[in-house]
Design a protein around this ligand. Structure first.
Ligand code: 5AD
Ligand code: SF4
Length: 470
């Protein structure tokens, strides 16, 4: 049994990365049994779930979308805000009920919540029906733990890791677009954020391994890769590499579309901007979290830039990368945020006119520095600020979508539209969602689409057989 510890998770030693090449070969000994997997949270978790799915299926388990049919339930959890935890707790109620009906059911708790000592204490005291808890650093322990014949709760969570895993297999959700991990962890320690504790220290995969993975994906018909890291522009600092060099090498594989998330404004270099501008297959889309427009709040958040520096970078990107779309994340109600601080945030939204923004009310995370700061701002005030912010943010994303009305854009078609089954859906190079009238045969292709309607969060369009010049 290994339990998490935030003090250990906070440590950043100078140890070299330990590259581990997994050699996995499992027998389908659980054939005939079914698993149900639910994922909460960010793209990193979504991608981790593709690895968990691979392990489950390598053991012979089959996917079911009906939780009551499952022999194994896996929850891949998120710790970023309290409401993510509330959703998990709600679902655990259902798992408990199913376990009472079927004592052979195995319940696996994975993901970022496993890395929080307070959560583990709750699991031990209130959720003894959970069979296995694994952390974010040792997903590869899942098969071993599932096959072990134990009858008490097993918790295998490591707080630190110097491991960089290679040779991981994934059962990817899509045949056309793939997540590719380029690094693990985060060293930024923004004062509100739990991620540096749950995901450990920043460590980069080897450049050749990433490029190899992209080449293989391309050979297998993938049209798009998204390079994944908590903070992709810090890629390579631990191994004498740079993100701009990686981007250039990935661009040279000639895969059709390359994206990357998430970028931090602090170390986004001119070289990176130049490379993005230079290669047509690097998509003109940057997710660049600002978090707040107030210099005082940014300082207390430990974001390492001022509003002026953010705007300078933003302007440079807009000038140098043709047609670039920039989206952001914003937190309202950070401890003791004043109305004036909030007005600074609204002001930055007006200046930048973001193509889109994810907005959140600050949620204290136990063990982070911000959770100890005094906060005299009432929740009702925070909610009202979020509402005002959302109105402004939605206005600009609508404006940005309206600009595409009547234009022909390239869309990578990913599948049937959820809203209207007679349509298909996909994304523009600038990451805008489009519901497209067109035949199912175009799924998996990048096709020209005439934009016929624009809303705040999506576009409608018609597939054009012949490309018409704008
Ligand atoms: N409370 C609210 N939002 C948060 N985020 C990260 N930590 C918190 C928190 N404690 C937001 C940030 C980040 C995004 C992924 O989640 O905006 O960019
Ligand atoms: Fe969290 Fe900041 Fe790291 Fe992003 S950069 S994961 S917000 S600590």
């Amino acid at each position: 049994m290994h339990l998490p510890d935030l003090d250990i998770a906070k440590k950043r030693d100078k140890k070299e990365n330990n590259y581990i090449e997994l050699k996995e070969n499992y027998k389908p000994v659980l054939k005939g049994k079914k698993y149900f997997l639910r994922t909460y949270g960010c793209q990193m978790n979504v991608h981790d779930s593709e690895a968990l799915r691979n392990y489950l299926e390598a053991l012979g388990l089959e996917n079911t979308d009906l939780v009551s049919n499952a022999d194994v339930i896996v929850l891949n959890t998120c710790a970023i805000r309290e409401n993510a935890k509330d959703k998990v707790t709600g679902f655990l109620g259902k798992c408990h009920y199913l376990k009472k009906k079927n004592p052979n059911l195995k319940i696996v708790f994975a993901g970022c919540m496993s890395e929080q000592p307070n959560v583990i204490n709750e699991i031990k005291s209130k959720h003894s029906y959970i069979d296995i808890v694994i952390g974010t650093h040792n997903l590869y322990d899942l098969p071993k733990l599932l096959l072990e014949n134990f009858n008490k709760q097993t918790i295998e969570v490591y707080s630190e890791s110097d491991e960089v895993i290679e040779g991981m297999h994934y059962n990817r959700d899509s045949q056309y677009t793939a997540w590719v991990n380029i690094m693990y962890g985060c060293d930024k320690f923004c004062t509100y954020c739990i991620v540096p504790y749950t995901r450990g220290k920043e460590r980069s995969r080897k450049l050749e391994k990433i490029v190899e993975e992209v080449k293989r994906l391309k050979e297998n018909g993938y049209k798009e890769v998204t390079l994944l890291g908590q903070n992709v522009n810090a890629y390579g600092h631990d191994i004498g590499e740079t993100f701009s060099h990686l981007l250039e090498c990935v661009a040279k594989t000639n895969i059709e579309r390359i994206r990357f998330v998430t970028s931090h404004p602090w170390n986004f270099t001119d070289e990176m901007i130049n490379i993005i501008a230079k290669y047509k297959n690097i998509m003109p889309y940057i997710h660049l979290p600002i978090q707040s427009g107030s210099n005082e709040i940014l300082k207390r958040m430990n974001r390492r830039y001022t509003r002026e520096e953010y705007f300078e970078l933003f302007t440079k990107m807009k000038e140098k990368i043709p047609n670039v779309s920039i989206t952001t994340d914003i937190i309202v109600g950070f401890p003791n945020e004043s109305e004036e601080d909030f007005q600074d945030t609204l002001d930055m939204v007006k200046k930048c006119q973001f193509d889109g923004a994810y907005t959140f009310i600050y949620s204290p995370r136990e063990g982070t520095p911000a959770a100890k700061m005094t906060d005299n701002t009432k929740m009702a005030v925070k909610e009202e600020r979020l509402h005002r912010l959302n109105e402004l943010v939605n206005y600009y994303s609508n404006q940005s979508n309206q600009k595409l009305l009547g234009k022909v854009v390239e869309v990578l078609i990913l599948g049937n539209s959820e809203k209207d089954n007679s349509k298909v859906y996909g994304y523009t190079d600038t990451m805008k969602l489009v519901n497209v009238s067109g035949p199912k045969e175009i799924i998996g292709q990048i096709v020209p689409v005439l934009i016929t309607d624009a809303k705040s969060f999506s576009l409608d369009g018609d597939y054009l057989k012949e490309k018409v010049k704008n």
